[in-house]
Design a protein around this ligand. Structure first.
Ligand code: NAD
Length: 323
């Protein structure tokens, strides 16, 4: 059961994940109990109208401390990060935002007695030496992007703060996340969002990955369910303090295009692989998530066709509302 006395801070609330997660948390805990925070003002009216918004820079620990003193947060979801493809354009900044931001949140939690922290990791922690099929929870990692290196180091620090200071920090290794509400934030799996937008607009899609590039993906409602289920699980059921593998589905660009063609028969895709192909080739194709299933009952709901039907329906409704 959710504790309705929680006061929750979501950092990076205007992003692809944050804008949906914040609304789900507000539905559970109450609008005023969940503070959306981001370095940018939200463009989403529902985010702005459903509860408090605060401008916050995760690289400004003094500003964060003032805000935490004012609101007396009991939980923090720290989502602000530079993602995989964007990270390669400015690796030093990606490292700075991803690592310093995490330290500021971990230290804030200790200093202010914040009881529980969520921080997402990614399948980018895996690299070319990792087994690519049914990638196990514990395996060789050796990530090849600065994003992956920062996520792997972050996982180690989360486990360290748990062991050394008893901080109840929890984490998931998200696969590529697919949602219709917000544009994606510069990851290697963004094509699987953009492709639906083109299909609904009646346009062909130019894909930056090869047609047979299999990657692990997850529909946003499943990602949100996993996140909230993990955060609500009793502490004694959490055996992994680095980050849990979770799996939704795996598909290639060719398969997602075929799924779209079941609903939009005229849809066309062409393939022009770019530098993101190299990143995709270094990641697993399928993920084993049996530890998450065993520990806190994780189970995904959506498969590819169910996601396609839902994405197309919602994007069409969005388009006719905007017209
Ligand atoms: P996103 O880029 O869409 O959103 C990140 C948000 O953080 C943005 O709204 C941005 O304005 C904000 N932000 C950036 N710098 C900030 C700062 N200094 N202070 C405060 N806010 C700042 O990212 P997302 O897709 O929502 O991802 C959220 C988290 O999930 C990230 O940690 C990411 O690594 C992880 N993740 C995402 C995916 C995916 O496919 N989207 C996959 C694996 C892991």
């Amino acid at each position: 059961m959710a504790n309705t006395q929680e006061t929750i801070l979501v950092i990076g609330a205007c992003g692809q994940l944050g804008s949906e997660l914040t609304l789900s948390l507000r539905a559970i805990y109450g609008g005023n109990q969940v503070v959306a925070a981001d370095i940018y003002e939200p463009r989403q009216a529902d985010l702005l109208n459903s509860g408090p918004f605060e401008k916050l820079d995760v690289l400004d620990p003094a500003g964060m401390a003032l805000m935490a003193t004012r609101y007396k947060f009991t939980q923090v979801y720290h989502l602000a990060a530079v993602l995989s493809a964007t990270g390669e354009k400015d690796p030093k900044f990606a490292w700075r935002l991803n690592m310093e931001g995490l330290f500021h949140v971990l230290d804030l939690a200790l200093a202010q007695g914040i009881q529980r922290v969520f921080w997402p990791s990614s399948i980018a922690v895996f690299g070319p030496d990792t087994p690519r099929q049914q990638t196990p929870q514990h395996t060789i990692m050796n990530p090849s992007t600065v994003y992956g290196i920062s996520k792997q180091a972050g996982e180690m620090w989360c486990a360290y703060y748990y062991k050394k200071y008893g901080l109840d920090i929890r984490s998931l290794r998200y696969p590529g996340l697919i949602g219709y509400k917000t544009l994606p934030g510069g990851g290697t799996t963004d094509y699987a969002v953009d492709i639906y937008r083109k299909a609904v607009a009646g346009q062909p899609f130019e894909c930056y990955l090869h047609q047979d590039t299999y990657l692990p993906m997850m529909y946003m409602p499943d990602a949100i369910k996993a996140t909230i289920d993990l955060m609500q699980a009793p502490a004694q059921s959490i055996s992994v303090r680095e980050s849990y593998n979770i799996s939704g589905m795996s598909f290639s660009p060719k398969e997602i295009a075929t799924s779209i063609q079941k609903f939009v028969p005229s849809f066309k895709i062409i393939y022009k692989p770019d530098s993101r192909q190299q990143i995709a080739d270094s990641w697993p194709q399928t993920i084993s998530d049996h530890v998450a299933r065993q520990d806190w009952g994780w189970q995904p709901t959506f498969n590819l066709d169910a996601m396609t039907a839902d994405m197309l329906e919602n994007l069409k409704a969005q388009l006719s509302f905007e017209a």
